[in-house]
Write a protein that binds this ligand. Structure first.
Ligand code: DSN
Length: 441
């Protein structure tokens, strides 16, 4: 970063700090991964400079002959890698949230009914949160997980669909540790005459690696971000059956976006090329294996997991066994020990969304550093130790008292001797593994 250092030493220093943080710690946030140096080079290229509103060969700007080739190549690779050759794909969405909104906007009228997963059961902000545009512009009817199994109950989804007659049925999640049966969702949508949609952002890489069933060729519309298990740059894609092509493209541009980010599209193309490599299949297999190992260790240590396990790259630790609202203590204590995770709701969470009662953990990023069973066992024991030590703290019901308790906890935890010891062990473990995008040559 010699040039950046010269022009803006302050930002260069902060980037170095973040690099150090990513290297020294265990990145266990389920939605994160490391983009390779090749992808970072594409992102940092002159493609950043080019405006190219609209689509290849019909742009509103001159000088698009090169970026037309970039976008077309990215589309071709996307269809190929996902085995979606009969689908159209739009690779312009800036990220996952706009991609989902672009689908709704392109295909539906405001006020139309959409069925999606309950947010506290693992659904995403854009799946109908009342504060999000999705929840304000459309009528969302939620389905949740079965109270006993904490897994999707397809008979119940069908029952709700028959009752509310949605225009679109969306499956996909931000915190659901189990496999989704896309074929069944598509069948349910057909029964009630709805469009089927899958948001596979989290499991994209697992679908490519064939360790999670594919939504193709069943689901009508498939959205995915490109920076989670796919390991690409931040961005998103929308796949659709040919009959929806025109409406989806219009939903993206001019519906919601202006000029596509051509450097980002080039980065996605590189990620898709990487995902075609045999090594990627091994990576996807290892992610699932590592997640299972980590989940087993946590359960052996006496912690409860939502649905009692995992089929994919993530798990949700149900901390209600300690009391409500304890996710923040676990997240902040682990963060001080250089372990990054995110607090999460649990099904029917008794607490408020900002202070939920669960913890989401994923292994996509650490697996790309080459960590395996042995490291998952060490990490699992350390995580369990920290959770058991700090999730016993009472979370008050009163809002002000709650904020005070959390503020004090955040201040104290950084100097806590127990945490400093765990941090040492984490740093020792992390130092043995290279980080893609930082250490790759
Ligand atoms: N915010 C992402 C996640 O963490 O799951 C989804 O967009």
């Amino acid at each position: 970063m010699a040039k950046l250092k010269k022009v803006d030493a302050e930002i260069a220093k902060l980037i170095e700090e973040e690099k150090k943080r990513q290297k020294e710690g265990l990145e266990l946030i389920a939605s994160e991964s490391y983009a390779s140096s090749a992808i970072l080079e594409a992102l940092g290229s002159v493609l950043n400079n080019k405006y190219a509103e609209n689509y290849p060969n019909k742009r509103y700007y001159g000088g698009c002959s090169v970026v037309d080739k970039v976008e077309t190549l990215c589309q071709k690779r996307a269809r190929d890698v996902y085995g979606a050759k009969d689908y159209h794909v739009n690779v312009q969405p800036y990220s996952g949230s706009p991609a989902n909104l672009e689908v709704y906007f392109g295909l539906l009228e405001f006020g139309d009914t959409i069925m999606a997963m309950r947010l506290d059961h693992g659904g995403h902000l854009t799946h109908g949160n009342p504060m999000n545009l999705s929840g304000k512009a459309y009528k969302f009817v939620a389905y949740g997980v079965d109270p006993k199994t904490e897994q999707l109950n397809y008979d119940e989804i069908l029952r709700i669909a028959k009752e509310c007659k949605p225009k679109l049925i969306l499956c996909g999640f931000t915190a659901y540790p189990r496999t989704i049966n896309f074929k069944k969702i598509a069948e349910i949508a057909k029964v009630v005459g709805a469009i089927s949609m899958a948001d596979i952002s989290h499991i994209s890489g697992l679908v490519i690696g064939k360790v999670h069933p594919s939504p193709f060729p069943y689901i009508d519309i498939v959205t995915t971000t490109t920076h989670k298990t796919l390991q690409g740059p931040r961005g998103a894609m929308i796949f659709c059956k040919q009959e929806f092509k025109e409406k989806i493209d219009k939903g993206v541009f001019p519906g919601m976006q202006g000029g596509p980010h051509m450097h980002q599209i080039a980065g996605i193309a590189v990620a898709l090329k990487q995902a075609k490599d045999k090594k990627f299949q091994k990576y996807a297999e290892l992610v699932v294996k590592n997640t299972k190992t980590l989940a087993d260790v946590l359960m052996q240590e006496g912690l409860k997991l939502v649905s009692n396990g995992t089929d994919n790259h993530l798990m949700v630790v149900d901390l209600t066994t300690f009391g409500k609202g304890r996710g923040v203590f676990a997240e902040k204590a682990l963060e001080s020990a250089c372990i990054s995770v995110s607090k999460s709701t649990t099904p029917n969470d008794p607490s408020v969304p900002y202070y939920p009662s669960g913890l989401r953990i994923g292994t996509a990023a650490v697996t790309s550093r080459g960590m395996k069973e042995k490291e998952m066992k060490i990490a699992g024991k350390l995580i369990a130790k920290v959770i058991k030590e700090f999730c016993t703290i009472e979370m008050p019901d009163d809002k002000e008292k709650r904020n005070e308790v959390v503020k004090k906890f955040k201040e104290d935890i950084k100097k806590n001797k127990f945490i400093l010891q765990v941090k040492k062990e984490v740093n020792k473990l992390s130092s043995k593994f290279p980080v893609p995008g930082i250490d790759d040559k």
